[in-house]
Design a protein around this ligand. Structure first.
Ligand SMILES: [Ca+2]
Ligand SMILES: [Ca+2]
Ligand SMILES: [Ca+2]
Ligand SMILES: [Ca+2]
Length: 324
């Protein structure tokens, strides 16, 4: 005889890891951010030679903060150099009114007034041994130099990285720190972007994760990826979905498809997994963004809002064998 029971394993786990402002975050398993000089071919994996990241500092914090850049130059270790090391990269930090509230700042392309707000700091890096394989620190910054935004959880700074000349790939990372000399995370701090350009691991079978946040207004999303080089597969998981296959792009191609958001996914992050195949593919740079039904970009948070989504099952009916 069979007995029918209904399993409703519904639980959104809020496991907000409040201390991680490495960008990319360790959980993402992404080795580097990447921005190419503007003379580089698009097929190297950067569609617009520009990357914008935002840093959010909780309102309760009044102590100074520092934004640190690892390997800001192009040359020596880590970078993707073609022939001569001829690339210049400009890092520009903005705060103040309009920094994040300006719509152009939240687009997936560097257009219009995306450099909104007050320019706080700017520095151009070439091939500079002084900063090769080392950290460069911006600050001290008073949190109130940022723009306060309730939607983005605090005082927000914007760091734009532009490949202003050359044809090489600048690989780099960020850290939001309370110290100018060390990486000490800020409790409740976070970092996010609306268009993510990064390097994948070279080793086979590695899984990288990016976490777009779905707010209450999102009904459907469209994911877009560029230059994934067919390097394995891309899957979406969430509180209600497991390993939903997304379209992936080949070399110098764009792939996109849509996904309908379930009510239970509102207020949670999605886990988009870039799953490398069995082949070792090196120097794979990729661009990723996700937009909602209005074409507005969703933020990818380094520390996923609501925690990493845990699949909690659908309303399911399972027959259970009676004990003999
Ligand atoms: Ca370097
Ligand atoms: Ca070059
Ligand atoms: Ca670099
Ligand atoms: Ca690529």
């Amino acid at each position: 005889m069979k007995r029918i029971i209904i399993l409703t394993t519904f639980s959104i786990l809020i496991s907000f890891s409040t201390k991680a402002q490495a960008v990319p975050a360790p959980e993402e398993n992404i080795p580097f951010l990447v921005t190419f000089g503007k003379e580089a071919k698009k097929s190297f994996g950067d569609d617009d030679n520009c990357q914008t990241f935002f840093f959010s500092i909780p309102k309760s914090l009044s102590k100074p903060v520092y934004i640190r850049i690892f390997d800001p130059g192009t040359g020596g270790k880590h970078d993707e150099v073609y022939k001569a090391e001829n690339t210049e990269t400009s890092f520009q930090l903005y705060g103040g009114k309009g920094c994040i509230s300006e719509k152009d700042a939240r687009e997936t392309d560097p257009k219009g007034n995306f450099k909104s707000g007050n320019l706080i700091h700017q520095k151009v890096f070439k091939n500079e041994p002084e900063y090769d394989d080392k950290w460069y620190t911006i600050g001290p910054l008073s949190p109130t130099q940022g723009e306060y935004s309730e939607e983005y959880f605090g005082n927000v700074f914007k760091l734009i990285c532009e490949g202003t000349s050359g044809d090489d790939g600048n690989l780099y990372r960020y850290f939001l720190s309370t110290s100018p000399n060390e990486n000490i995370p800020i409790s409740g701090g976070n970092a996010f972007t609306f268009e993510y350009t990064f390097r994948l691991n070279a080793a086979s079978n590695q899984i990288s994760h990016i976490y777009p946040f779905v707010d209450d207004n999102v009904i459907s999303i469209k994911q877009t990826n560029f230059d994934f080089d067919n390097d394995g597969s891309i899957e979406l998981s969430s509180v209600v979905t497991k390993a939903y296959k997304l379209k992936m792009s080949g070399d110098n191609e764009t792939a996109e498809d849509k996904y309908t958001v379930s009510p239970r996914e509102k207020g949670t992050s999605l886990d988009i997994q870039l799953i490398k195949g069995t082949k070792k593919i090196t120097n794979n740079n990729v661009v990723f963004y996700v937009t909602n039904q209005y074409g507005e970009a969703l933020p990818f948070f380094a520390v996923p809002i609501g925690g990493t989504p845990k699949y909690s099952g659908k309303l399911s009916i399972k027959p259970i064998q009676k004990n003999k």
